[in-house]
Ligand binder design. Sequence first.
Ligand code: SF4
Ligand code: SF4
Length: 439
Amino acid sequence: MKTEFSLAQLANPDIAEADKILRACVHCGFCTATCPTYVLLGDELDSPRGRIYLIKEMLEKDRPPTKAVVKHIDRCLSCLACMTTCPSGVNYMHLVDQARVRIERDYRRPLAERLLRGTLALVLPDPKLFRTSMWLARLARPFAALLPAPTTPSPTPSLLRRIRAMLALAPGALPAPGAVAGQVFPAQGERHGRVALLQGCAQQVLAPRINQAAINVLTRHGIEVVLVKDEQCCGALTHHLGRDDDALRRARANITAWMAEAQAGGLDAILVTTSGCGTVIKDYGFLLREDRDFAGPAAKVSALARDITEYLAPLELKRQSRGEGDIVVAYHAACSLQHGQKITQAPKDLLSKNGFVVKDVPESHLCCGSAGTYNLLQPDIATRLRDRKLANIASVKPNMIAAGNIGCMVQIAGGTSVPVVHTIELLDWATGGPRPGSN
Ligand code: SF4
Ligand code: SF4
């Protein structure tokens, strides 16, 4: 794609990067076939190619985002299916990230929208505030039915529709808090490695059992696990809201904490059980490439970051009898894992090797609609995607559904009675831990 940035514009490293990305695009449109919003809405401007044109126009003309640009960028899930499909290697992720930052900086959203986004950016990354908000949502849930229900799904939902969606996603009860920052879990038997495990923000409130399962599996196989003190939200949630000052502040704080831990006790890897977070931590090196003090450490942290299944894949796990017959597991490939990190086979191989009958879900490249805060901000598109995902999952008749991302787990569980578990919970069960759902 021909671009027309001036030399002065190209002196800005972000614009130089956008120029490189835009030039790689040959307008072929292959990406449209796998883009969930194009598949659902059929509008070229809700396809990757259409959005790339909108972003190009905004950046080249150096003008504030228009209402139309904001509408179509807001509808993008950042699922990155387009990057998997693109034959030219267009880095759509770095382009749309720039567009979101520009929208946040230069576009004045209506007051209610600003308040909503501000609240999400404040509450979601803070486990204490998030726990309180879940408790309040539980109290408010009976009143959700009084809020107006949409007669037809809308790609531009009202504030009340979004509040209704948030209340619907809030769990009926919260589990007790899990392991706390600063704890070290020694390896059982001879120590073969030492890792940090990202504690996460929403996940530690909604499902502390996931990281507990990871700790069980790792320590059982001779790996010491550290929950690093002073670690915080990885920044993914605010990064996807275009609030990069907040996201980068969190990234720097985490890099400082992890590098200090690596120097003090040694770290073979930084493990992540939420693939949405893993994708962003693996991108810290890029996000901080222009930061004189942090570029080097950020690159080191990104090189150390591993999804839990990526780390376990080469290990021979000590499989034990589960005492049950065949369990058919529908493997839901989270977008951040399959498209963001290109990890497709490891989780399925681990499950098969450890005694589960793994079924691929038809249309597995399509997002379930969770996508960070997407199911809260765009509930109607998100619900359509979820229902499509659930129909595809039902077609393989599973006993359980496995996924590697808490956002997907909550989204899918909202529409099915089939248990939805994390891949690591099944691996814990297969190697001597509790049956998921029994503790
Ligand atoms: S990230 Fe997903 S929703 Fe956004 S343009 Fe790409 S495929 Fe479409
Ligand atoms: S598939 Fe790649 S090169 Fe083709 S239009 Fe989409 S982004 Fe551009």
